[in-house]
Design a protein around this ligand. Structure first.
Ligand SMILES: Cc1cc2nc3c(=O)[nH]c(=O)nc-3n(C[C@H](O)[C@H](O)[C@H](O)COP(=O)(O)OP(=O)(O)OC[C@H]3O[C@@H](n4cnc5c(N)ncnc54)[C@H](O)[C@@H]3O)c2cc1C
Length: 249
């Protein structure tokens, strides 16, 4: 029988092993706290975007992941071109930025690097996890029940911790569990497509944002493909006859 019941205690449970969850885990684990990350995916699916601005450099250095970040060989970005809410093209050249260039991220590689750094710092990672419940206990403690996947040995787990961090991004799992309702500030939806790379690294180093509501596009020639991201109103998305995510970005 593969299922098993475990009852370990730790200082902090982090729901979500994206950049926020991994950064929190790195910081806490290096401070001597016992940390468990519960991550829904196995980082196997492509993650949308991203253009990392130069200001991220001191943050990555602060987390002591600058060397592994550079080893990821993300493509350099010298600036941003954007059309957003008006007709005029707006340019930001990073040559004027004190931190230097930005990067077109390979998000899978970036997120995996961060979570590996968290593991090296001592955090425990459960992937392919499904959280069943998050219960506040007496004495300011939390109890989280979840199942995990192949990487950690499939099974049922129940963890207790003093602190619980919701780093599930827009899923906001804990906040929703606590009864929070999402407030949409606009009616934008996101559309994404993966394109064949058209040119070499030196030909397309910039992020381009375009169109009525903004079309960021980032090529990843090193991976032989590019991504185009579009933010549109729900109405324009429906007229374009393509799917989009349900809530505003
Ligand atoms: C279309 C789009 C384009 C963007 N472009 C840029 C950009 O160019 N530059 C930039 O800096 N930012 C960009 N962003 C924003 C950026 O993606 C986010 O700020 C960043 O990903 C937030 O990191 P996070 O760790 O908080 O959340 P996420 O990256 O969303 O990570 C959340 C993690 O929680 C996990 N998770 C979700 N639900 C559960 C659950 N129930 N149980 C366990 N784990 C769960 C997910 O698998 C994921 O690993 C963009 C966002 C979007 C949507």
């Amino acid at each position: 029988m593969s299922a098993r019941l475990t009852w370990p205690e730790c200082d902090v449970i982090i729901l979500g092993g994206g950049p926020a969850g991994a950064a929190a885990a790195i910081t806490l684990a290096r401070a001597g706290r016992s940390v468990v990350i519960i991550e829904k995916s196995h980082y196997e699916q492509a993650r949308i975007g991203e253009m990392l601005p130069p200001a991220a450099r001191p943050l990555l250095m602060g987390l002591a992941v600058w060397e592994p970040f550079l080893a990821g060989r993300h493509l350099p970005s010298p600036g941003i071109l954007a059309v957003w809410g008006e007709d005029e093209l707006y340019q930001t050249h990073f040559i004027f930025n004190p931190y230097g260039q930005g990067w077109h991220l390979d998000r899978q590689r970036f997120d995996t690097m961060l979570v590996q750094a968290a593991r090296q710092a001592g955090a425990r990672l459960y992937c392919d996890a499904q959280v069943a419940s998050c219960l506040p206990l007496a004495g300011d403690r939390w109890q989280v029940a979840f199942t995990s996947g192949v990487a950690a040995g499939r099974g049922q787990h129940q963890l207790r911790a003093m602190f619980l961090i919701d780093a599930t991004g827009r899923a906001a799992v804990l906040a929703r569990w606590q009864g929070s309702k999402r407030l949409n500030a606009d009616r934008l939806v996101g559309l994404a497509s993966v394109l064949a790379a058209r040119s070499r690294e030196s030909d397309c180093p910039e992020n381009a944002y375009d169109s009525t509501a903004g079309i960021p596009s980032a090529d990843h020639p090193a991976r032989g493909r590019g991504q185009q991201l579009t933010a549109r109103s729900r109405e324009r998305a429906r007229l374009a006859g393509r799917g989009g995510c349900g809530d505003g970005l």
